[in-house]
Write a protein that binds this ligand. Structure first.
Ligand SMILES: [Zn+2]
Length: 351
């Protein structure tokens, strides 16, 4: 056996022992890991679900006089009251346009708004979070009277909410259109006792808006030629009633975030992530330590083997020398007698 192959065999033995140690270490750590990973006995705590109800807003915008002839039989006497007209427009068409534009603005503002545009007929017991009727005024004799009027049912059971809705609509409509507020004296019973108020549910906040005089040129400018302004006023009035920011405010122009924020980590997820991080680090460290130890063992073993080999060689050589010495001395001793006899015989023959 050469010195090289002996060394190789020792190295294989040592490597085997290293692998056994590594397996033992893994067996000790794997159970705790699997416990933290999958077999966790307790379910992870759930983050509270968003409230299923209460965040949505149902809004009704009624286009005054639209499909007036479809009013129910008890209102048949109103079938011919199709509203005013002016500037080439009819009241119901202006009301319908503005209602649909305002509805779209609200839907675009937030998906929480469910907006229904209603014709003149109000379903009995109709409920909503806000009910807004749109109309226009007309006066064939006075073409200078102008402005917006907003009122609620004078027999309301929701005075506080109705007052807030009236004031929100008035403020925002004036802001959006630049129209003045019409004198309160022009608010008639046609408004405050409008039949629609008697059909809706008594808990639904409601208001009627006379959006201006369709027969007055200044108001026509908005009602006929700039309906989006009127619609913005109505939509913002409804938003203000619900305490939401107006359309076109910072809230709307803010760009959507690039990435959705990461979902908040549950306790178990956080524990698992931290364990995984620790596990990665620990694995790397273990490998480094094992390598270091292995290098050291190899060096030490080589040194020891060489030392042993050197001493063994020395001992062997010493033993061999002794053996040879003994052999030669015995050989000499045994060869001496026949030699002497042979020499004697030879000498005798010569003689
Ligand atoms: Zn009307």
């Amino acid at each position: 056996m050469t010195q090289g192959s002996h060394h190789a065999n020792s190295a294989i033995l040592l490597r085997r022992r290293g692998i056994v140690l590594l397996l033992l270490a893994l067996c000790l750590f794997i159970p705790s890991r699997s416990h933290a990973l999958g077999a966790a006995p307790a379910p992870p705590p759930q983050s509270p679900a968003p409230p299923a109800q209460g965040s949505g807003r149902k809004v009704a915008i009624q286009a005054g006089h639209w499909k007036q002839n479809e009013l129910p039989p008890e209102l048949a006497h109103l079938h011919n009251r199709t509203g005013t007209s002016g500037g080439g427009e009819t009241e119901w068409r202006v009301a319908l346009n503005v209602a649909e534009m305002a509805a779209k603005k609200l839907r675009d503002k937030s998906p929480k708004y469910t907006v229904e545009v209603l014709p003149a007929t109000t379903p009995p017991g109709y409920t909503a979070d806000a009910f807004v009727m749109l109309h226009c005024d007309g006066n064939d004799k006075n073409h200078t009277i102008r402005g917006v009027k907003v009122a609620h049912y004078d027999l309301t059971k929701m005075a506080d909410a109705d007052d807030r809705l009236v004031s929100s609509l008035l403020t925002e409509y004036m802001k959006a259109t630049g129209m003045p507020k019409a004198p309160d004296t022009t608010i008639t019973q046609d408004m405050t006792r409008h039949f629609s108020f008697t059909y809706i549910d008594r808990q639904t906040p409601a208001a009627i808006v006379e959006m201006g005089w369709l027969t007055t040129p200044e108001d026509q400018q908005i009602l006929v030629h700039d309906q989006p302004k009127a619609a913005l006023g109505i939509a913002n009035g409804i938003l203000a009633f619900f305490g939401d920011s107006p359309i076109g405010s910072e809230d709307d122009t803010k760009p959507p975030p690039d990435e959705p924020p990461p979902p908040s980590e549950s306790f178990w997820e956080s524990l698992q992530r931290r364990f995984d991080e620790w596990w990665q680090k620990w694995q790397a460290e273990l490998a480094a330590r094992l390598d270091e130890w292995w290098q050291k063992q190899q060096a030490e073993l080589t040194q020891r083997f060489e030392a042993w080999l050197a001493s063994a060689e020395q001992q062997f050589l010493a033993w061999l020398e002794t053996q040879l010495n003994q052999f030669f001395s015995q050989l000499c001793a045994t060869a001496m007698l026949p030699g002497a006899v042979a020499v004697a015989l030879c000498m005798r023959r010569r003689r």
